[in-house]
Ligand binder design. Structure first.
Ligand code: ADP
Length: 258
C-alpha cells in the first residue's frame, strides 16, 4: 500500500484506518499475539475483551510504538507503523493518542501545560494557539476552571479528564483507551465513562478500548473483539457478543465478568 493511498476507494468502500496483518509478538518463549489479523474502519469504536494476559494491552502498546512486533505489518491511515522507516512510523504514530490506566500526567507541570506541551513541542503549534485549544478542551472535560492546578491537586477522575484532554489536543484520528477507569475510586468512574460516551457520540474519532466495564463497552462499541491466547476468537456487534456469543470461551469469560 503506498503512503498516498486514499482512505476512500473509487468504489466508495472505506479502507480500514488500522490494520494488523499476521502480527506476532513474543516476550521470550511467551507468544502473546499469534498471527493476529484485524482491522478497524474510520470512526468506528472497537472494544477488546478477554481474559487477563490475552494480549489486549500489547495491541495498544504496539500502536503507540511502545512495543515492536516480531512479525507482520501494522498500518495506520495508510502509513506503515511496522515495519517502516522512522519517518513514516512517526507520521503514522502522530495519528494516535492514548489514555492510560494510571493517567501519566507530568506532575511538575500545570494542567494547562500538561495539555500544551506535546502540541507545541511535537506538532510545532504556537504557544498561544495551543493554550487557547487546551482551554477549550478543559471546558469540554468539565475542568475549565482548573488550568493552573497541579495534577496532585485534582481527584483521580479529574486527572483522568486532563489525560483525555491531553490526548485530544494532539488531534488524533485514533484514541486508544486502556482500562481508563480501573485506577479510579468507584464514585468517579461514571463521570469519566459519560465523558467518553459524549466524545464517542459527538466526534468522528476512531476508538480502540480495553475495558472491563461491559455496560460501557455495550454502549459505545460498534464491534467487540474477544481475545484468547493472542487471537481473536470471536467478533461482532455488542448485542450479539454480549447476548448470544457463539464460542464457549466467550460465554465463560462473560459469565465471570458480567
Ligand atoms: P492483557 O492486556 O490482555 O491483560 P497483556 O497484553 O498485558 O494482556 O499481556 C499479555 C502477556 O504478555 C502476558 O502474559 C504478560 O505477562 C506478557 N507481557 C506483557 N508485557 C510484557 C513485557 N514487557 N515483558 C514480558 N512479558 C510481557
Amino acid at each position: 500500500m503506498s503512503a498516498e493511498t486514499p482512505l476512500d476507494t473509487p468504489t466508495g468502500a472505506t479502507e480500514p484506518l488500522i490494520r494488523f496483518d499476521d502480527v506476532t509478538k513474543r516476550f521470550g518463549d511467551n507468544t502473546v499475539l499469534d498471527d493476529l489479523c484485524f482491522s478497524v474502519r474510520p470512526g468506528k469504536h472497537v472494544t477488546l475483551i478477554g481474559p487477563s494476559g490475552s494480549g489486549k494491552t500489547t495491541i495498544l502498546r504496539l500502536l503507540m510504538t511502545l512495543e515492536k512486533p516480531d512479525e507482520g505489518t501494522i498500518t495506520v491511515a495508510g502509513k506503515r507503523l511496522f515495519p517502516a522507516q522512522e519517518k513514516e512510523r512517526r507520521e503514522a504514530r502522530k495519528k494516535i493518542g492514548m489514555v492510560f490506566q494510571q493517567f501519566n500526567l507530568f506532575p511538575n507541570m500545570s494542567v494547562l501545560r500538561n495539555i500544551t506541551e506535546a502540541p507545541v513541542r511535537v506538532l510545532g503549534r504556537p504557544k498561544e494557539e495551543a493554550e487557547a485549544r487546551a482551554k477549550e478542551l478543559l471546558e469540554l472535560v468539565g475542568l475549565g476552571d482548573r488550568c493552573g492546578a497541579r495534577p496532585s491537586q485534582l481527584s483521580g477522575g479529574q486527572q483522568q479528564r486532563v489525560a483525555i484532554a491531553r490526548a485530544l489536543a494532539m488531534e488524533p484520528r485514533v484514541l486508544l483507551l486502556d482500562e481508563v477507569t480501573s485506577a479510579l475510586d468507584p464514585e468517579l468512574v461514571a463521570g469519566v465513562l459519560d465523558l467518553l460516551r459524549d466524545i464517542a457520540r459527538t466526534t468522528d474519532i476512531t476508538m480502540v478500548c480495553v475495558t472491563h466495564e461491559m455496560n460501557f463497552a455495550r454502549d459505545i462499541s460498534d464491534e467487540v473483539l474477544m481475545f484468547d491466547s493472542g487471537k481473536v476468537i470471536e467478533s461482532g456487534p455488542p448485542e450479539k457478543i454480549f447476548s448470544d456469543p457463539e464460542q464457549a470461551r466467550t460465554r465463560e469469560f462473560l459469565g465471570a465478568v458480567l
